[in-house]
Design a protein around this ligand. Structure first.
Ligand code: MG
Length: 232
């Protein structure tokens, strides 16, 4: 979260200048201010960047409708987690009021089997997950394949640290239905423990690892230097 709409504008412009093609807003989670942030960023970058909003489960139904209508008028690409993570009834109702694609299920309680009801009741347009929150590579692949069977996307969430991000990248590269690799900002704060890390290139792309296994080396010297005890 940033302090003012202008701070979001400057961040988006900075990434656009670095070649990135999409910018997702984590707003302050106060509906009117969130609309002001989204409007300011859209005015600044126009159609030159894909814009998304992730409201992080912060609205009640009425505000979710108000913000959703505002950002669909701004041609935002998706509307992520406006309502509480388990509010399937609210999401189903919300989807009848909006035509912007909704992305829920990042923190869906209940694992793989809970997704079936969200698909059946049409509570979300895309599925969401990552290796850390969903229990590893295999559960995430199952969720992605479930989405594929319904011709839905499975947009993968960032992993929270370097090694999880590498595992997410492998899943992303192995499925046809994830469009974006998420890079949480500030990027440097998410990077720790690998000798080299995933880097976004000058066209806003990340690339598949080319080596066996995860394809990135753990920085054992760093880990050993910071070891305080070993559990055996
Ligand atoms: Mg999110």
């Amino acid at each position: 979260m940033l302090a003012s709409p202008q701070d979001y504008v400057e961040e988006a412009q900075r990434f656009r200048e670095a070649g990135w093609t999409a910018y997702k807003i984590h707003p302050v989670c106060r509906p009117q201010e969130d609309i002001a942030i989204c409007t300011a960023v859209k005015r600044a970058v126009g159609e030159s960047m894909v814009l998304m909003l992730d409201s992080m489960w912060s609205y009640g139904y009425e505000d979710a409708v108000r913000v959703g209508r505002a950002i669909q008028d701004l041609n935002f690409y998706w509307y992520e987690d406006p309502l509480a993570e388990d509010d399937l009834y609210g999401y189903t109702k919300l989807k009848t009021q909006l035509h912007i694609p909704i992305l829920a299920t990042e923190h869906l309680p209940g694992g793989l089997y809970a997704y079936t009801e969200w698909i059946r009741q049409q509570g979300t347009d895309m599925l969401r997950g990552d290796v850390a929150l969903k229990g590893g590579v295999t559960p995430l692949v199952k969720i992605a394949h479930l989405a594929e069977a319904f011709r839905m996307k499975c947009e993968i969430h960032h992993g929270g640290n370097s090694l999880n991000n590498v595992a997410n990248l492998h899943v992303t590269m192995a499925i046809p239905n994830c469009e974006y690799f998420e890079v949480l900002q500030p990027d440097a704060a998410q990077k720790h423990g690998l000798l080299e890390d995933i880097e976004v290139d000058g066209r806003g792309l990340v690339h598949a690892p080319t080596r066996p296994g995860l394809g990135y080396d753990i920085d054992w010297e760093l880990i050993n230097r910071n070891t305080v005890a070993e559990l055996r």
